[in-house]
Design a protein around this ligand. Structure first.
Ligand SMILES: NC(=O)c1ccc[n+]([C@@H]2O[C@H](COP(=O)([O-])OP(=O)(O)OC[C@H]3O[C@@H](n4cnc5c(N)ncnc54)[C@H](O)[C@@H]3O)[C@@H](O)[C@H]2O)c1
Length: 362
């Protein structure tokens, strides 16, 4: 292990960058060396407010990348994930990019290719992976006790959970609820299944709430989806039904469920408030279902209560991977499948028909 501190830069100094800075600051062997933000003065403000004494401020991330850094956190709006990440990897820096990976599949491919070329880490910021309950779900699905898993339903619904700002403008976010919170639900399902390749998608999206001034203060600027549903065919003859809302006149879009030839697993999200029902929250309950000739069983799986700071864990895992020369904790190459579905949702809903997904081999 090297004794030199792990030298980090942060690109994009808005809301989520604070969680990254706060996690890095708790790691005495990490030094935040620089911050870049396109808005004049914002990086310096961030440095001052986060007490990052000695850190350099830039408006152009390429200047930051000229420094002697080991890794960067990419905390920009989605549309800037690809250019900043590719530049960082090409400059020989490891990258922790915030979710979702990118806007389009093509961008995601360019990012993974850059990581392959550089041999550097490209990891994606899915903090729910550090919830031990996600591990339990994966273990059950992978253990084979459900038999052949043929159908998965996932995705949550916020009843009233509309973001604003950079999240609702297509030119910055690329997509709406399907990408913003849908990527978590997809990760939960795909990670449990071992990330099978998506093949086709038939999707519908709408934005009746975001574009209505009665429901959204920035309705005029709102041009992404606030609701979406998709039927996804996955490799291995698995069907995935994926649905998400930022707002709806309904309490829930239902649980996540894995239907297998020998058993079923239902996972409900924790929380009942207007923002509940998505997997960036906690797991509420897990139940195994069996119908064994003559009797039916429903066995609750105990939910692990924890106070883990998931944001801290994801940033620490990245920093440790950089320090110890480990591979990407949540590899961009796998999350590309997640992005491919979000990309196909956008294409399918625009074309109003099923679309195919093509992902190159790397
Ligand atoms: N993991 C999570 O739970 C979580 C939570 C919130 C946001 N996010 C993700 O984090 C990203 C940022 O979200 P946010 O809420 O911090 O947004 P934000 O709008 O608060 O901040 C983004 C910042 O990036 C800056 N920026 C834009 N383009 C840039 C560029 N090319 N170079 C440098 N800076 C640039 C903006 O000026 C802004 O200050 C999004 O991708 C979002 O999906 C993740």
């Amino acid at each position: 292990m090297s004794t030199r501190p792990v030298r980090i830069g942060i690109i994009g100094s808005g809301g989520i960058a604070r969680a990254h800075a706060s996690a890095y600051k708790q790691l005495p062997w990490v030094e935040i060396v620089a911050v870049a933000d396109v808005v004049e003065g914002k990086a310096q403000q961030f440095i001052d407010s986060q007490n990052l004494t000695g850190a350099a401020a830039f408006t152009d991330h390429r200047k930051l990348l000229e420094l002697d850094l080991d890794g960067v956190s990419v905390c920009t709006p989605n549309a800037a994930h690809c250019p900043t990440t590719v530049d960082a990897l090409e400059a020989g820096k490891h990258v922790l990019v915030e979710k979702p990976l990118s806007v389009t599949l093509q961008e995601g491919i360019a990012m993974v290719q850059a990581a392959k070329r550089s041999g550097k880490i490209l990891t994606v910021g899915f903090q729910p992976r550090y919830d031990p309950n996600m591990g339990i779900v994966k273990n059950i699905v992978q253990s084979g006790q459900l038999g052949k898993v043929y159908y998965v339903e996932t995705g949550g619904g916020r009843r009233r959970g509309m973001p604003g700002g950079t999240f609702i403008r297509k030119e910055l976010a690329g997509a709406g609820a399907m990408a913003d919170i849908g990527c978590y639900s997809l990760d939960m399902a795909l990670n449990a299944l071992g990330y099978p390749k998506p093949l086709t998608v038939s999707a519908y999206t709408s934005n009746y709430f975001g574009t209505n001034p009665k429901y959204h203060p920035e309705a005029e600027a709102f041009n992404v989806e606030d609701f979406g549903v998709a039927l996804v065919r996955l490799e291995g003859d698995i069907t995935l039904h994926f649905k998400i809302s930022w707002a709806m006149h309904m309490d829930s879009l239902g649980a996540t469920m894995f239907l297998g030839s020998e058993g079923g697993l239902k996972v409900t999200p924790a929380g009942r408030g207007p923002w509940s029902g998505v997997w960036d929250g906690k797991v509420g309950s897990m139940t195994l279902y069996h119908d064994i000739m003559g009797h039916m069983t429903e066995s609750p799986i105990p939910v692990k209560e924890h106070n883990i700071n998931l944001f801290f864990e994801k940033v620490k895992d990245f920093a440790e991977a950089v320090r110890d020369g480990r591979p990407a904790p949540i590899p961009g190459e796998k999350i590309l499948f997640n992005q491919a579905i979000i990309d196909a949702v956008q294409r399918s809903s625009a074309l109003k028909r099923e679309v195919e997904i093509e992902i190159p081999e790397f």
